[in-house]
Design a protein around this ligand. Structure first.
Ligand code: AR6
Length: 177
């Protein structure tokens, strides 16, 4: 059965920096100084102004997010979201959900129309991918049920495995494309 939120959810496989979204989220560290993984790709694509703008807003504890311009990216904004370094499922689940909520809240404050999320914390931060997928989708859906902005949320998966995982979960919720 189709989910009424279906028009507001997209799934993409590939590099988040290529997306034509109003805001893209990067999986940052607390110092907001750039790094590897998706953060490395975002900083390379945005150019050196990004690290100056992000570090000026550090530190950013896990569960929180900060916003900067997108500089050379086509995205108007980059949202620097710091997920938990995985240690304990009960605690870190809450922090990961807060990371998504903080990003969505900042996006709404900036009237963002479309936003793309990578799979936060599932790379070097080691969060188990199945649980992270469930938290990401559930938190975004909860937000969209009670907020008009952002209009559209894209889950950006970089691996085929993540894409399959998200597609399955979204399909179970009547949200597959
Ligand atoms: N586009 C979309 N997703 C990507 C891309 C890309 N270009 N490149 C990698 N991913 P990670 P974390 C996926 O390690 O676990 C950085 O050094 C990747 O496949 O980037 O939150 C930061 O500065 C994975 O699914 O982020 C922090 O120090 C997901 O992005 C630390 O890593 C997240 O993996 C944050 O660790």
């Amino acid at each position: 059965m189709a989910n009424p939120l279906a028009p507001r959810i997209r799934l993409f496989l590939g590099d988040i920096t290529t997306l034509d979204c109003d805001a893209i989220v990067t999986a940052a560290n607390a110092a907001l100084r750039g790094g590897g993984g998706v953060d490395g790709a975002v900083h390379r694509a945005a150019g050196p102004d990004l690290v100056r703008a992000s570090m000026a807003q550090a530190p950013c504890p896990a569960g929180e997010a900060r916003v900067t311009p997108g500089f050379r990216l086509s995205a108007r904004f980059v949202i620097h979201a710091v997920g938990p370094i995985f240690r304990d499922m009960t605690e870190d689940k809450k922090t990961l959900a807060q990371t998504y909520e903080s990003s969505l809240s900042l996006a709404a404050q900036h009237n963002v129309t479309s936003i793309a999320f990578p799979c936060i914390s599932t790379g070097v931060y080691g969060f188990p991918a199945d649980a992270a997928c469930e938290i990401a989708i559930d938190t975004v859906l909860d937000w969209l049920r009670s907020n008009d902005k952002p209009d559209v949320v894209t889950f950006c998966c970089f691996s085929q495995q993540d894409h399959t995982r998200y597609k399955k979960r979204l399909g179970e919720l009547g949200l597959a494309e």
